[in-house]
Design a protein around this ligand. Structure first.
Ligand code: SF4
Length: 66
């Protein structure tokens, strides 16, 4: 979810039925800004605040990877 403007390109943003802004997902369910080959963020310098605060290697990270 986008709660601040960090400069995410518009082509990666979707608006839900309540007007909330989220990162778009592709058919595989992963974020549209994720490089599927390298598994790296293609907009790292402009990634959303939530992505910046997500603890790498933390419980939620490991659960998502499972
Ligand atoms: S950090 Fe991950 S979830 Fe966040 S914008 Fe980049 S690819 Fe998407």
């Amino acid at each position: 979810m986008l709660i601040t403007d960090t400069g995410v390109p518009e082509r990666y943003i979707e608006e839900d039925q309540w007007g909330g802004m989220t990162m778009a997902r592709l058919e595989d369910g992963w974020c549209a800004a994720l490089d599927r080959q390298t598994m790296l963020c293609t907009i790292y310098e402009n990634r959303p605040l939530i992505c910046r605060e997500f603890e790498m290697g933390g419980y939620e990270c490991l659960a998502e990877r499972d």
